[in-house]
Design a binder for this molecule. Structure first.
Ligand code: IDP
Ligand code: MG
Length: 149
């Protein structure tokens, strides 16, 4: 089953949006496999965002991401990587439709409150980076109410 890495960024945590963001993944039917409030180091975040290290906003991004604790999560379910990005909205919150997390709760690309993996491959890399100890394995009782097969 597909998994993705979702993170509430420091502004999302500080604004009290952890429950709101988590609720949307729960409501959709996805399964929570890991959740932890973390204060990652600069080095850890530089690894997480390594693909963006040449971007002009990289320094600001790392400063933003180290400004407070984040909530690191792993969610599992059918098509969860793409569906997670749909729930989040566009990178630029002003381009995000109402009904999406960024569309409902953010304005600025540099304060867009949440992260979601952009492919199955990067999801697995990010899960290994944030949860090197691994995540739980649990067969939900409600699985037959969420999936036909
Ligand atoms: P994503 O988070 O939607 O996948 P990415 O392009 O991977 O977007 O960029 C990672 C994060 O870097 C964004 O969520 C945003 O916080 C920040 N970022 C992206 N583009 C800009 C920009 O042009 N200015 C400032 N910050 C940016
Ligand atoms: Mg990205």
């Amino acid at each position: 089953m597909e998994r993705t890495y979702i993170m509430v960024k420091p502004d999302g945590v500080e604004r009290g949006l952890v429950g709101e963001i988590t609720k949307r993944f729960e409501n959709k039917g996805f399964q929570l496999l890991a959740l932890e409030l973390k204060a990652p180091s600069r080095e850890h975040l530089e690894k997480h965002y390594a693909d963006l290290s040449a971007k002009p906003f990289f320094g600001g991004l790392i400063k933003y991401m180290t400004s407070g604790p984040v909530v690191a999560m792993v969610w599992q379910g059918k098509g969860v990587v793409k569906a997670g990005r749909v729930l989040l909205g566009e990178t630029n919150p002003l381009a995000s439709l109402p009904g999406t997390i960024r569309g409902d709760f953010a304005l600025d690309v540099g304060r867009n409150i949440c992260h979601g993996s952009d492919s199955v491959e990067s999801a697995e890399k990010e899960i290994a980076l944030w949860f090197p100890q691994g995540v739980i394995s649990h067969n939900r009782v409600i699985e037959k109410l969420i999936y036909e097969n």
